[in-house]
Design a protein around this ligand. Sequence first.
Ligand SMILES: Nc1nc2c(ncn2[C@@H]2O[C@H](COP(=O)(O)OP(=O)(O)OP(=O)(O)O)[C@@H](O)[C@H]2O)c(=O)[nH]1
Length: 301
Amino acid sequence: MTTDPDYRSGYVAIVGRPNVGKSTLLNNLVGQKVSITSKKSQTTRHRIHGIFTDAQSQFIFVDTPGFQTQYTNRLHSTMNRAVIQSMRDVDVVILVIEALRFDDRDKLVVKLLPAMDRPDKPVILVVNKVDRLADKSRLLPFLEKMAKEYAFAAIIPVSAEKGTQLADLIRTVRSYLPQNPPLFDEGEVTDRSEQFIAAELVREKLFRLLGEEIPYSTSVIIDQFTMEGELRKIHASIIVDKTNQKAIVIGKDGEKLKLIATQARKDMEQNFGGKVYLKVWVKVKSGWADDARALKSLGYE
Ligand SMILES: Nc1nc2c(ncn2[C@@H]2O[C@H](COP(=O)(O)OP(=O)(O)OP(=O)(O)O)[C@@H](O)[C@H]2O)c(=O)[nH]1
């Protein structure tokens, strides 16, 4: 751990409507250092998506589950609550939009942001996909217009895909992080367990593929994780609270569960760099959320 008095660390939320490039940005920012934290870190208030640590700073990127949903037309109150909740305790919010595009859906996201005139909660606007602009001269007026309309702490045009201007973004975000020693030990966060990642990837699919209510009352546990040569054999259970939730997760003719499992398997194969055999069950465990012992067995202290 560092003893540098100017070390900065804090929580950062990346928000924006679907498809603006949030995941691309996150992956590029955390780069090789992408880490899904260990079970222990799960007990913090945030769901952590990735951590970037360097000699001067540590950025802890938190999930904003609501924005990951496919059901973009259903920006209803549950989702809003989830998003607002996830932004409440972060130090910096990064709002991502596409260059030259600021539509009604972006405006809806802006409405959910913390008040920008509050000095303790800077919102940095990232204008992404600048590489796509044929006519670069249109960018500056767009940036100026955004600056005039909203009190962003900073506006930074980037290409998340090409990695352009990301160093600038890192520097800017850093300047808004509190002076803190690293909140997570680098060893701890890079020591990622494939078992944990596997559970996270299934959980992510629940958020993406189900309505907004269900994922919050589910949990995922890995019952079995074995290697057979190069093949990872994984058995996972999705734990739900009620029988009707089980039916929803499984879907008509098992289609939903199949989709969840297929997408999770593909992500696992990409993450682990090898073939995965994944089997997923849905189990009802009534009142699991209230049962301390059950919670403990699911990894929540
Ligand atoms: N040209 C270009 N394309 C980009 C850039 N960043 C992201 N994209 C593309 O935009 C699409 C959406 O990117 P994602 O990172 O999945 O977007 P997202 O905001 O995480 O989307 P959701 O998960 O749906 O919320 C993908 O096809 C990316 O390849 C960029 O800087 N330039």
